[in-house]
Design a protein around this ligand. Structure first.
Ligand code: ZN
Length: 172
């Protein structure tokens, strides 16, 4: 199930939600989002992914437009929930909307990462359930906001041993 193309989330009804097969065929509801193909790429690559949230929210989109020194991890280690819910977040290069070449980039990143950021676009966040994916997306947007608020300030980051302890204590 996925949001239909050109839809407003506030007015969607159950029967309008688009249904797509694992091969990408439209099998019910309104025609699917033009971005359905990269959602399928995440499900293919990540057996633990039961739901995906992808939006173009302001703070995350802003971070997606920054130049990043380390594109393998766009956020510094700021908070425990960021580490637990998002892990390392890689930046994927820019593709125009609907470009199928994005699917292979997303598929490769999704093997290692539950969250990723599409350059000049927005995040893709996956989790076991839709509730977990929504919470993880909220964490993404808040982390983006915090990282922008702290930009240019001397910041106390989590130490590498604190990050390692979180990863060990809360495996994804
Ligand atoms: Zn998008």
């Amino acid at each position: 199930m996925i949001t239909p193309t050109n839809s407003s989330l506030g007015t969607l009804t159950d029967d309008q939600i688009s249904k797509v097969s694992a091969k990408g065929e439209h099998i019910g509801g309104l025609p699917p989002s033009k971005e359905a193909f990269f959602h399928l790429a995440v499900y293919e690559a990540r057996s633990t992914a039961g739901a995906i949230v992808h939006l173009h929210s302001s703070y995350s989109a802003a971070v997606s437009c920054l130049c990043h020194e380390d594109p393998s991890d766009v956020f510094p280690p700021l908070t425990a929930y960021q580490i637990m819910r998002l892990g390392k977040v890689p930046l994927l290069k820019y593709f125009r909307p609907g470009d199928r070449a994005l699917a292979s980039e997303v598929r490769a990143a999704a093997r290692e990462h539950k969250a990723m950021l599409l350059a000049n676009h927005g995040p893709i966040v996956s989790a076991r359930t839709i509730e977990e994916a929504v919470y993880a997306y909220e964490e993404f947007e808040e982390t983006a906001k915090i990282s922008l608020l702290l930009h240019g300030r001397t910041t106390s980051l989590l130490t590498s041993s604190a990050v390692a302890d979180l990863v060990e204590s809360f495996p994804s």
